[in-house]
Design a protein around this ligand. Structure first.
Ligand code: GRG
Length: 297
């Protein structure tokens, strides 16, 4: 785990440094939106999705600058989703990454704009030459990011999640799996496949990474449900115990904590087995799978 911790910290530093450059402070009359973008982007966060981009890129020996552009873009999309998810019209949260949510620190309109600006900047980055010299690969990475973030992916998952809160009937396991594989899973899937896409590899290695991502994405969400159920606000950096109270469709709510934990552990074992074709090249990805259910925030 020490090796993983060091590698994750190094990736977080590199990603944060790049994010600071992409979103500079503004001295103009638009300065508030830049301040809000920086506030949410630079508030910490585990940088798990950038880390997955780097690890999958290392497998295919993708140049670092290409992986970094993609890592920055996925973190921007993730941060936008958190800003919008925290809004009063969605989860109405006051705390995120251990500090007031964007709309609490600024105001609702600024938070919406900051989220919009981060989402669009991510596409500016992946579609530009700094992400890849080959136009076809740039187009592929841009399309895959759009699919992951949009109605077929994260936005659709969020819509299912909102529907669960008002639905008369509770969702069955199959529906919760579909919901979460879009809401949380889609960005994780993109991150794990990014190395293969950047290398132009569409074969069994990409499939293995996709299967690995599907397993860890669900395990990540179950761990998140368990943390919401068992964790406390000071360690989580956000409110705890809100999901079940809000009538959200969660694994813990449906299966109970013991069976949910067992399911997460089985998913981690399955994820690790998916990586057999990579031998030692995927050691850190194996450690990520284990870390996902052991994390405390
Ligand atoms: C608003 C379009 C839109 C989508 C929001 C992902 C999402 C959909 C909402 C986030 C709600 C949530 C807490 C989901 C659980 C899984 C998750 C994405 C947790 C936060 O990700 P971490 O733990 O966060 O990687 P850090 O802060 O470490 O980056």
């Amino acid at each position: 785990m020490i090796r993983l911790k060091n590698a994750l910290e190094k990736c977080a530093l590199e990603t944060t440094e790049a994010l600071e450059k992409y979103v500079p402070e503004s001295k103009d009359v638009d300065s508030l939106v830049y301040e809000a973008m920086r506030y949410s982007l630079l508030a910490g966060g585990k940088r798990l999705r950038p880390f997955l981009v780097f690890l999958s890129s290392d497998i295919f020996e993708v140049p670092r600058y290409q992986a970094l552009a993609c890592a920055v873009a996925i973190e921007m999309v993730h941060t936008y989703s958190l800003i919008h998810d925290d809004l009063p019209s969605m989860d109405n949260d006051d705390l995120r990454r251990g500090r007031p949510t964007c709309h609490k620190e600024f105001d609702e309109a600024t938070a919406i704009l900051a989220g919009d600006a981060l989402l669009t900047m991510a596409f500016q980055i992946v579609s530009s030459k700094e992400s890849h010299p080959d136009g076809e690969i740039r187009s592929a990475i841009t399309q895959e990011l759009a699919i992951a973030a949009g109605a077929a992916g994260m936005v659709g998952g969020q819509a299912m999640d909102l529907a669960a809160e008002t639905s008369e009937r509770s969702f069955d396991l199959d529906t919760i799996v579909r919901l979460q594989s879009r809401k949380t899973g889609a960005l994780i899937r993109f991150s794990c496949e990014a190395g293969a896409i950047l290398a132009g590899d569409n074969g069994i290695k990409r499939t293995a990474l996709r299967c690995y991502a599907d397993d860890i994405g669900l395990a990540f969400q179950i761990a998140d449900d368990l943390l919401d159920y068992e964790g406390d606000e000071s360690t989580l950096g956000k409110a705890a115990g809100k999901d079940i109270a809000a009538g959200k469709a969660t694994f813990v709510g449906l299966l109970g904590p013991e069976i949910a934990r067992e399911k997460a552990e089985n998913l981690v074992s399955s994820a690790i087995a998916r990586l057999d074709i990579f031998d030692h090249k995927a050691e850190l990805l194996r450690e990520v799978a284990r870390y996902i259910i052991e994390r405390k925030n």
